[in-house]
Design a binder for this molecule. Sequence first.
Ligand code: V3L
Length: 86
Amino acid sequence: FDDAYQWFYEGANGWWQYDDRTSVEIENHFKKQAKGFELLIAGYMYIIDFENMVQCRRNDRTKKRRIKRDLVNMPNKKGIAGLKIG
Ligand code: V3L
């Protein structure tokens, strides 16, 4: 998809970019106007909820992280999928 945009999930004081594979998967579902979908992240099933723009583990929906689609060069980016920049 448009390489200028990526998907991000909330971290402490900033945003983590999703890994490329996951970001493409999220974008594909987003473009199909899905309400949400489930995917595997680091061995756990997660729900991506476009209506509320959050992600959470399927078996623990209490802990939600906000998600967003934004420019790849946006400020306040911490890194990619837990790997810090710089
Ligand atoms: N991609 C990769 N790892 C994830 C993702 C994801 N989409 N969602 C959750 N985790 P929870 P700071 C994050 C990891 O929400 O310092 C960051 O990637 C999550 O990792 O309860 O707070 C960092 O590695 C966490 O380790 O399901 O900003 C780390 O937090 C674990 O799954 C610290 O980031 C449980 O998250």
